[in-house]
Design a binder for this molecule. Structure first.
Ligand code: FPP
Ligand code: MG
Ligand code: MG
Length: 370
């Protein structure tokens, strides 16, 4: 359905990442070599097409302020170092000239948005692999292993910078605000993840807030990017408020389902099949959904969560207790609930192949093994 657009994706991203410095050029493009799943750009492109036939509404008429959808606008730094003359030498070509002319109902700005979304995601992976001491990604050695932490972190910063420039060139303040907020959300989610619960005790107690805290962290770390990108796709297409909100809710619910499945696969799938370390979460001290559900019925896990599975034998014991419990089934059931909510969110969109594609993406998210 969006094969033509996806065909240009990696090439365009690599063009956005060009640097005159040969090592930076290599490190920045490293994660674009192995084919990623491109789930996020795929969804952005499908959403662009699916919303193309929905109601349109005029924007920026001065009557309304754009909504703060998360009620969590972070302070926005003032850009002081933009050099207008750099655009002539900058390797980033203007989005309108990057694509062959086509009859497509997907706008050039929406295709560029799909690339920006993938760039932000890839930047977060470069940083994530440093934080997680990860040794593999997409079936190859991770960038931190191949080039060291310093270069991996700097390359991640470079990707964010190029994503920001491409975003600015969309000349759409609301979309810029959305994607800038995503970057803050990624960091906020990672900070929440530094603790397993809102409690700061050696022996935390399971409460209903344990799951709420996990879901809030998961939204920030994983669902914010796809939900706000879906919203941005609808905005760029000129959709009305109802459609823009539907796109956002689809992305939010799908993003939550996606990460719940990710946290489940960490317990159930081998490193070989995943293309990245398996069983990594407990090793990193992380209590994700399968363990949190297991903990509800087995208080023994509280002490292990409190010390982040750091004592000898903790990881193996926690793993054993999770596998004996219904934590994995509960995680799968919750992921399915979010995937169903994603599908219902776009009920009102007009029937189209792209809408069917979005529904299929939600179903595939649940069934995936990598
Ligand atoms: C993968 O999670 C990581 C993320 C979804 C986000 C990581 C965000 C940061 C490191 C914040 C700073 C980054 C930027 C660019 C602002 P995972 O470790 O659970 O998944 P994995 O198994 O794929 O490693
Ligand atoms: Mg990781
Ligand atoms: Mg991580």
């Amino acid at each position: 359905m969006v094969a033509k657009e996806i065909k240009f994706l990696t090439g365009n991203i690599r063009q956005l990442l060009g640097s005159g410095h040969p090592s930076l050029d290599t490190v920045a493009k490293y994660y674009t070599q192995a084919e990623g799943k491109h789930v996020r750009p795929l969804i952005v492109l499908l959403m662009s097409r699916a919303t193309a036939l929905a109601e349109k509404s005029p924007r920026y008429n001065g009557q309304q302020l754009s909504p703060d959808i998360d009620n969590a606008i972070s302070p926005i730094a003032i850009l002081s170092d933009v050099n207008p003359s750099s655009s002539t030498t900058n390797p980033i070509t203007h989005f309108q000239s990057s694509y062959p002319a086509s009859e497509s109902d997907i706008l050039p700005s929406q295709r560029r948005l799909a690339e920006i979304t993938e760039l932000i995601h890839t930047a977060s992976l470069l940083h994530d692999d440093v934080i997680d001491h990860s040794v593999s990604r997409r079936g190859s050695p991770s960038a931190n292993l191949e080039f060291g932490n310093k270069m991996a972190v700097l390359a991640g910063d470079f990707l964010l910078s190029r994503a920001s420039v491409a975003l600015a060139r969309l000349r759409d303040p609301e979309v810029t605000e959305l994607l800038a907020t995503v970057i803050a959300n990624l960091v906020e989610g990672e900070f929440m993840q530094l603790k397993n619960t809102a409690q700061d005790e050696k022996n935390p107690i399971w409460t209903e807030n344990t799951i709420t805290y996990y879901l809030q962290k998961t939204y920030l770390k994983s669902a914010s990017l796809i939900s706000k990108s879906c919203r941005a796709a609808a905005l760029l297409g000129g959709s009305d408020t109802v459609t823009v909100d539907a796109a956002y809710l689809y992305g939010k619910n799908l993003g939550l389902a996606f990460q719940l499945v990710d946290d489940m696969l960490d317990y159930t799938i081998s490193e070989k099949e995943l293309g990245k370390p398996a069983g990594a979460d407990l090793e990193l001290g992380l209590a994700t959904a399968p363990l949190l559900f297991a903990w509800k019925n087995n208080k023994e896990l509280g002490a292990l969560v409190g010390r982040k599975f750091a004592q000898e034998g903790d990881v193996a014991r926690a793993r054993e207790l999770v596998l004996q419990s219904d934590g994995l089934e509960q995680t799968r059931a919750l992921a399915e609930e979010y995937a169903n909510r994603a599908i219902s969110s776009i009920d009102a969109l007009p029937a189209s192949e792209a809408k069917d594609g979005l529904i299929e993406m939600a179903i595939k998210t649940i069934k995936r093994r990598k």
